[in-house]
Design a protein around this ligand. Structure first.
Ligand SMILES: [Fe+2]
Ligand SMILES: [Fe+2]
Length: 184
């Protein structure tokens, strides 16, 4: 899959999901808290959702409006179909920091919900919330993993362009990259 195709796929499969579902998830949490006002873990869930949500739209907007267009122009430039202004690496380090933050929040979400377990006798609202949180966890984990791979490829493509190597096999990865090595 080309870098362009991968950015389109991430927006279609993950950004659209988040923009559509996150508000519904916050409402589900409020419903569950109303039905089980003494469930301490729901207070923690609500706080985690607030923290994730506060930066989420800004992160998605930055990717869709700045970083992904930059990666697309990088992809075109590697095929001699346009010019590339540079600057991907600067944006990637900021986005990767956001990913680390959201991954830590997801780990906390799994901990406070006991991996989204539904105790016997739970209200329907609690069951629906746990199902929606499990889906969020899975979708976000896939989302950040795909972007880590996208970012690693973008760094390599930028390195190739910068060196004017032309052939990907001649290029060495940028070892000073902020991107995780295991995403390559
Ligand atoms: Fe994203
Ligand atoms: Fe992202």
């Amino acid at each position: 899959m080309s870098l362009c195709d991968l950015t389109d796929h991430i927006i279609g499969a993950h950004h659209t999901y988040l923009r559509r579902e996150f508000g519904r998830l916050v409402e589900l949490c409020e419903l569950a808290r109303r039905d089980a006002p003494h469930a301490a873990n729901l207070v923690a869930v609500a706080a985690i959702l607030r923290r994730i949500g506060s930066d989420l739209v800004k992160h998605l907007d930055s990717e869709e409006q700045v970083l992904f267009p930059l990666i697309r122009s990088l992809d075109y430039a590697t095929r001699q179909q346009g010019c590339y202004p540079g600057g991907v690496e600067h944006w990637l380090s900021e986005m990767c920091h956001d990913h680390d933050t959201v991954n830590a929040e997801l780990a906390e979400l799994r901990r406070v919900t006991h991996a989204f377990a539904v105790p016997a006798g739970s209200a329907d609202s609690y069951t629906k919330l746990m199902q929606a949180l499990a889906e969020l966890d899975q979708n976000l984990a896939q989302h950040t993993a795909k972007e880590d791979a996208l970012f690693a490829r973008a760094i390599d493509a930028e390195t190739i362009l910068r060196r004017g190597a032309g052939a990907p096999g001649n290029a060495q990865p940028n070892t000073s990259s902020p991107i995780r090595e295991n995403a390559r």
